[in-house]
Design a protein around this ligand. Structure first.
Ligand code: CA
Length: 229
């Protein structure tokens, strides 16, 4: 039993109750809200460990809720998983850019929900970058201070931009980043990065990583992620 507290902001009664039932069975404490404003109020009051946030809400939409929560100092670091319909790719991108940690497309199975939620809670507690500024994921080792990358034990030669992009993805395995988020993360590097050039950089990274490059995944319509272990 985990004891962590989850806030569900979802206007559809049946979905809200299904999620609540599923998570209570997993040992989570649940708070529920049926619209955006009461969801924000509940977040401020109850300080949950994670928020499940529907995008289509009756009062203010989920993106606005996400923006308000992420800008609120007292709750801005609470991870948010958005609940979206299949057709809402642009909303997913906006949500990620507003700071949401992940999204789940409806309809989803309870098992998928629990797995994603656990993954977000875990990575929030367990940062990938160690005290020596090193990241180790799959068979990729990144030394941020030395600007070195080993793939399957072999040193590989990345450009400064490729290095910055890979380090950013590898710092948060499993997280999806939009192209704009990737651009923001590498700004100030040697290259005027555009959305299109992010695609080109990713191709270069994959090629240089060899087999490990398969872990650099395209998330269709949204962006890129490094697969979690
Ligand atoms: Ca809804």
């Amino acid at each position: 039993m985990s004891g962590e507290t989850i806030l569900i902001i979802e206007d559809e009664h049946d979905i809200r109750e299904l999620i609540s039932y599923t998570l209570e069975n997993e040992g989570y404490n649940i708070h529920k809200a049926a619209d955006g404003l009461s969801g924000i109020a509940s977040a401020r009051k109850n300080k949950p460990d994670l928020i499940l946030l529907d995008i289509m809400l009756p009062d203010i939409d989920g993106l606005e809720v996400c923006r308000k929560i992420k800008r609120d100092e007292s709750i801005g670091d609470v991870p948010i998983i958005m609940l979206t319909a299949k057709s809402e790719d642009s909303d997913v991108i906006s949500g990620l850019e507003l700071g949401a940690e992940d999204y789940i497309t409806k309809p989803f199975s309870p098992r998928v929900l629990v797995a994603r939620l656990r993954a977000v809670l875990r990575r929030n507690m367990d940062p990938q970058v160690d005290d020596n500024q090193r990241i180790s994921v799959h068979d990729i080792q990144i030394d941020i201070k030395k600007h070195e990358v080993l793939s399957e034990g072999e040193t590989i030669d990345l450009s400064a931009t490729e290095f910055a992009i890979l380090s950013h993805l590898a710092s948060n395995p499993g997280w999806v980043f939009s192209r704009n988020q990737i651009i923001d993360a590498v700004r100030g590097q040697d290259y005027p990065v555009t959305e299109r050039s992010v695609d080109v950089q990713i191709l270069g990274i994959r090629k240089k990583l060899g087999t490990q490059g398969l872990y650099v995944e395209t998330v269709r319509g949204v962006g890129y992620r490094l697969k979690s272990e």
